[in-house]
Design a protein around this ligand. Structure first.
Ligand SMILES: [Mn+2]
Length: 333
């Protein structure tokens, strides 16, 4: 990559793209906002934050995601949640389709078919592995969350961030930064700005990140008890992994399942952490990858059909667990 294209692609070279998206938002007759499957608080918070502003401006807008059928319980108190409609209620045709936090078209699930009926598709994201499947791709790989991209977009648009919008954007910011562990210059300034609207940051964080039913504890005990350390993986950098079996999932929510990797990844003997999640009974696995410093897990995940960020990525796989583990070890090199 040349210095010039780096400059254009980098964080500060995106201003013309923000202006183009603002022009589209200002003239759209109808908007569909699509979040990714198995939604997290960044995709829902970003989608709702943007949708609240569109509604405020009198622009018809719906928000949706393909699966699962229910909104994750921890996100149901987000302002504007009533704007989320089931996939069947997403119009076939729309003037402007916005995807939020979706690194590839596959992350839209069954709703990918709505791309064909959109006048213009805009991809709003921060995944470095983004495949740029929109007509306009506003991808800031330096942004800590898609919520940060939305905040900058609203600033470019001249639309104020009120308390409800701030609540939604804070939800994305606090979760994607791991409660402000993974930050950069500007992260805390944005957080301060959002908190200054009067939102209860502690309550939002506790609701999204620190609230689990008791059944979470025995599940953790079983899953962590199965963890394996592979010190020789990746030329001695080390891999630690654990598997959440379908039988372990029970009635637990995605919030409990997704929390496992945050414990596994703390293992000091391993540069890379993986959690294999068997969310259905048929040997279909969703895999979360994390790394500390040296391994780009977005590259590893992309090689296995997924994507993500340098230190946090994921993919899906099918087959018996030993085969799925062997495929990861092979991809790690
Ligand atoms: Mn995100």
């Amino acid at each position: 990559m040349t210095a010039l294209s780096e400059q254009v692609e980098g964080h500060d070279g995106l201003a013309p793209l923000f202006d183009r998206v603002v022009a589209l938002l200002g003239t759209a007759a109808s908007v569909t906002v699509l979040c990714h499957v198995q939604p997290d608080a960044d995709t829902i918070g970003s989608g709702l934050g943007l949708a609240l502003v569109l509604r405020r401006r009198g622009i018809p807008v719906v928000v949706s995601f393909a699966e699962p059928a229910e909104i994750p319980a921890s996100m149901r108190s987000l302002p504007g949640i009533e704007l989320v409609v089931p996939p069947a209620q997403v119009p076939e045709r729309t003037d402007l389709l916005l995807t939020v936090d979706c690194g590839s078209v596959g992350r839209l699930g069954a709703l990918r078919d709505r791309l064909a009926g959109a006048g213009t598709t805009v991809v709003l994201d921060h995944h470095r592995s983004n495949t740029r499947f929109g007509d306009i791709n506003l991808v800031d790989a330096d942004a800590e969350a898609t919520a940060s991209v939305i905040a900058r977009l609203l600033d470019a648009w001249g639309e104020p961030i009120d308390r409800a919008v701030a609540h939604c954007l804070f939800a994305g910011l606090v979760t994607d930064t791991g409660s402000f562990r993974w930050v950069r210059p500007g992260t805390h300034s944005l957080a301060e700005r959002l908190l200054d609207t009067g939102i209860d940051g502690a309550l939002i964080t506790r609701t999204l990140m620190d609230s689990h039913p008791f059944a979470w504890l025995p599940m953790l005990s079983r899953v962590l008890g199965s963890a394996q350390l592979v010190p020789e993986a990746r030329d001695g950098a080390g891999l630690v992994y654990a598997a959440v079996r379908y039988a372990d999932v029970g009635a637990l929510r995605s919030e409990e399942i997704e929390s496992v990797v945050d414990i596994v990844r703390t293992t000091t003997e391993a540069e890379v952490a993986a959690v294999f999640k068997e969310l259905t009974a048929d040997g279909h696995w969703t895999v979360s990858l994390r790394s500390r410093e040296t391994v780009d897990v977005a590259e590893v995940a992309t090689a296995l059909g997924g994507g993500g960020h340098r230190f946090s990525a994921g993919y899906t796989a099918d087959g018996p667990l030993p085969d799925v583990v062997a495929a990861l070890r092979s991809a790690l090199g």
